[in-house]
Design a protein around this ligand. Sequence first.
Ligand code: CP3
Length: 346
Amino acid sequence: MTASRKPFLRALAGETLTPPPFWLMRQAGRYLPEYRATRTQAGSFLDLCYNPELAVEVTLQPLRRYGFDAAILFSDILVIPDALGQRVAFKEGEGPVLPPIRSARDLEGLDISGLHQHLAPVYATVAGLSKAIPASTALIGFSGAPWTVATYMIEGGGSKDFSHAKRLMWSEPETFARLMELLVEATGQYLIRQIDNGAEAIQIFDTWAGALPETEFRRWVIGPARALAERIHAERPGVPVIGFPRGAGILYEAYVAETGIDAVGLDTAVPLDWAADKLQTRCTVQGNLDPILLVAGGEALDAGIDRILKALGKGPFVFNLGHGIVPPTPPENVARLAERVKTWRG
Ligand code: CP3
């Protein structure tokens, strides 16, 4: 394989770059007025995800403003349950709502056979982006991790304590295991198709990884991440995989050691010197500015950025947030961050 010239892919391959490449989780979204305008034009949020022309447009919007090193496909982790036949609705101001899966019988209603037909518009967005992004920008495809997607499927939406998901996991382990197997298979196929349409790297979002005790974390966070990374590495060699096991705490170490991922996304709570010592010695690290610092702005923002650059900039590193941009973020604070990262000289 020839070495890629795109800075983001070089960093994922283990190179140390000064300044490091950067992008931001949820870089396309409601904090941008041009996103809100396109979103209104599209209708619902899912209509936007399934409209390749408009999804390409909203992916490009933050690149035009800030010159990020990577574009992330505009879609959502919940298109997988939607494509399996568990229809998802996004209620204004409420987040996602799904008819919950709580039994073996509910599970029988899911069907993988229509997956790619349902997701064809997402693949068209990836293909469109692959042609539309600047030559030095890399294209990231993504999915939710099976555990995080399963929480939405079982709870029927967002949750504070995941009591339904955990109850199914412990009281009906065979049903839960079947759901997880289905998600590992569907997600694997979905990511391979994204790669075949032009995705150059993959990020797997396990937003609720930190909700599981150690034993279950090893089985349902590390297990599926390892299966997905192994499948991508075997079937599409050379495409790097970034894992984001948010809230994993010290289990970040086992996650990195045992999944075989190429890079790991750090949440805001991960101590920087610990990450440099225990994680960056094994793979590229990405993160982890608190997204609320982008709301606060000013000197607190500058200091937060500098601390991260100083601690992690001496090894393989991609600058990012520790979680997604929030809607009240002033766009000028993102510009301030972009300028500061791009002009860092170590
Ligand atoms: O710019 C990007 O990062 C790419 C697009 C992207 C979105 N969602 C768009 C989106 C990505 C990568 C995601 C991932 C996602 N979706 C996750 C994992 C990452 C994380 O943030 O923890 C999760 C848990 C979801 C599920 C989801 N999508 C929820 C719970 C919500 C409602 C909460 C909210 O922020 O409104 C969404 C909606 C969503 N996904 C929006 C966007 C831009 C806002 C929808 C709108 O425009 O009304």
